[in-house]
Write a protein that binds this ligand. Structure first.
Ligand code: MG
Length: 359
């Protein structure tokens, strides 16, 4: 392990650029930790999470540190059955224009109504790096369900884009773009109302193939945003010439902005990069008033986070849309005076009225 890390620690040169690359390793041992390959790989994954969360660069699998959730392994394997049994559902997390308070899009987030364990979030059944581990079957389900919902908004007079998180394997599948096209046609949705979110990590895994797919998607009119941006290695070199439409600043940065002085310059440079490239930059993870104030002070126009609105089940999200529609003129007028707008405060009040706790 030490030897592998030492090799990776040496600088890499790519097109004349010196790159500092780090690595984390998770280790599971046969037959101590598991005696079949899928379980062994999943346990190595759990160990990898532990290595990343601690300051150690590698970690052995320890059952007592297993994802605080010993049932996760059976959950992963049960996911396909859950799709067939219709146990999955979507919540919608709105992105706001912080100037006007208007909702500009909604991200579809999957939930599993598990018969024995209650409502589960992706981190419970996919692990902490949940989007990276999402499977193509799940992506396909989310995509189709999200577009159906988008259709329902449409039918109610709302032309609101829906955002879907896409995993690497789906993105690199030959038939992916065709499938997107079919799904859009099936639901009668214009391509520009679909936004696909791919993580920075995905982009870095196979930059050339990802760029080819993103180019095809963009030609077809589908929007693409880079998610969790700023979380990992700098991928600035890969951004060049990549026809993306948006950057979503990693939620760990959004949450720390306003309290951690080292974060401010990072966010500032992401914003100016986004402005230069003409991208929509969204601050995510806005969970405190301090963070919201800092996001507004940094002149980041778009935001997402539990302080603004929690992810809502589709029926409640529809109520919020109707509400903002009714109150829009006031929200815009007042929003002009305050960068945070009155629409958002109204939304918070509305949510407390109609929703319970939905952490
Ligand atoms: Mg996302």
């Amino acid at each position: 392990m030490e030897r592998i890390l030492a090799v990776i620690d040496r600088p890499f040169f790519l097109d004349g650029l010196e790159l500092d690359v780090g690595a984390s390793m998770g280790i599971a041992l046969y037959p101590r930790d598991a005696d079949d390959v899928p379980t062994l790989v999943l346990r190595a994954d759990v160990a990898l999470d532990n290595a990343k969360e601690s300051s150690n660069r590698y970690a052995f699998y320890e059952p007592e540190r297993d994802g605080s959730d010993p049932g996760r392994l059976t959950l992963v394997s049960g996911l396909r059955a859950a799709i067939e049994a219709d146990e999955l559902t979507l919540d919608f997390l709105p992105t706001f224009d912080l100037r006007s308070g208007a909702i500009v899009s909604a991200e579809a987030l999957v939930r599993w109504r598990h018969p024995d364990r209650g409502l589960l979030h992706p981190a419970h059944f996919l692990g902490t790096a949940s989007e990276a581990r999402q499977t193509p079957a799940l992506t396909r389900w989310v995509l189709d369900s999200a577009l159906r919902e988008c259709r329902a908004w449409h039918d109610r007079g709302w032309r609101l884009p829906v955002a879907v998180n896409v995993d690497l394997r789906s993105l690199l599948d030959e038939s992916f773009v065709d499938e997107i096209e079919l799904a859009l046609n099936r639901n009668g949705i214009e391509s520009e109302l679909l936004e696909l979110e791919i993580t920075e990590e995905t982009l870095l895994t196979d930059p050339e193939r990802v760029a080819a797919v993103v180019t095809r998607l963009s030609e077809y009119g589908v929007k693409v945003a880079l998610d969790d941006f700023g979380s990992g290695l700098s991928s600035l070199a890969h951004l060049q010439g990549l026809p993306i439409d948006g950057l979503k600043i990693d939620r760990s940065l959004g949450a720390r902005l306003g309290t951690d002085p080292t974060v401010k310059p990072i966010v500032g440079s992401i914003l100016s990069l986004g402005n230069t490239l003409g991208l929509r930059v969204v601050a995510t993870g806005i969970e405190t008033r301090t963070a919201l104030r800092a996001v507004a002070a940094a002149k980041c126009r778009f935001g997402q986070g539990f302080l603004l609105a929690e992810p809502l089940p589709s029926d409640e999200f529809m109520l919020v849309l109707d509400y903002t529609h009714q109150h829009k003129p006031d929200a815009v007028a007042t929003g002009a005076a305050s960068p945070l707008g009155v629409g958002i405060g109204g939304l918070g009040a509305l949510q407390q009225g109609i929703g319970g706790r939905r952490a």
